[in-house]
Design a protein around this ligand. Sequence first.
Ligand SMILES: [Cu+2]
Length: 130
Amino acid sequence: MRAKKLVLGGLMVVVLMGLVGCGSDSKKAEVLGSQRKAADLVVSDTYPFYEPASLTIALNKEVTLRVFNAGKVVHNVTIPDMQIDVDVPAGQSADIKLPALAAAPRAGFLLIYSKYGQYNGESGHINIAK
Ligand SMILES: [Cu+2]
């Protein structure tokens, strides 16, 4: 995957239109599970990998994170605080159940990353709605 990523480095992967890029300064936090969409998180093969890079969940509510891999290589979703480690094949979606959180994690957010691409910056945040 590492070699492939380098080869693909010059290619632009067009993900969903209208999504904002990396960064947590989005206007309104969209809380997962509030509305069914094609995908909550789209992963591509090139930086910034995650669209959006910042997600939000509510406390005390189990939600399903739908991840779509828009790339040509397998990607992975790891959320250490939830013991989640799921591979998403190229061109496929995965519905990942996030258990209800009783309290916000100490850091104030959950880290989400690909165990194959973390070293490249393939990571994001799951924030807790206030
Ligand atoms: Cu990846």
